[in-house]
Design a protein around this ligand. Sequence first.
Ligand SMILES: [Zn+2]
Length: 248
Amino acid sequence: MVELDKSKASTQEAPGGVGVEYPLSVEAGDIDPKRKHQALILLGAPGSGKGTLTRAFDAMLGFSVFASGDALRAEIQSGSALGQEVKALCDKGLLVSDEMVLAMVENFLDSNRKENVVFDGFPRTVLQAEKLSTLLAGWAVRAFYLEVSSSVVFQRMLGRYSCKTCGKLYNDKTVVPGVEGVCDLCGGVDFLRRSDDNEQAIRTRLDVYQEKTAPLVEYYLLRGELLVVDASQPPDVVADAVLHVVLT
Ligand SMILES: [Zn+2]
């Protein structure tokens, strides 16, 4: 006969069971932290599979995506005052200021108050991350760091090419078309390789990334919002694993 141990029965596991702590601040009328809207931040080197993961959140879970480049283009197209300011800077080849990017993030969050959102390629600095945290008060925030060794990144990026017509990505070693020289999706026969996908250029991009990202990984770790993902597996497998974490 088993006796019920009441002290154990009242023990609760951490939400999601993955060691994630939700922020303590709670918006009025939003009491259960598990029911808060989610804001996910993706950190990872070029070639770590961020793009695949972002597309999976968008296509399979209906998350709204904030990608800096797309947001800049959308703002310019909207013809808003901010958009005109952004266009003037871009036309001169100048960088858009932190304040302007954050204004775009704020617009994005305002128009997605009832949704779940994912950030790809933002924030890039700790200062941006701090301001984003302020804007995300009341959201359940998680930062996923896609950790991948340089040798895996080299393998992925060195053999990378895409269909000139439809943009589908291929790789000499891992993803080849069913019929050699013919795109699986559109039947196109012309392919493109990026000129900066050579070894020296990739090493430089990785070094720059490492230098800029390490402080962000540290920032989210200290806030208890960081999840480290082994991204050396194929991007599809990684995306499945991460979606599972987000859904549970
Ligand atoms: Zn194609």
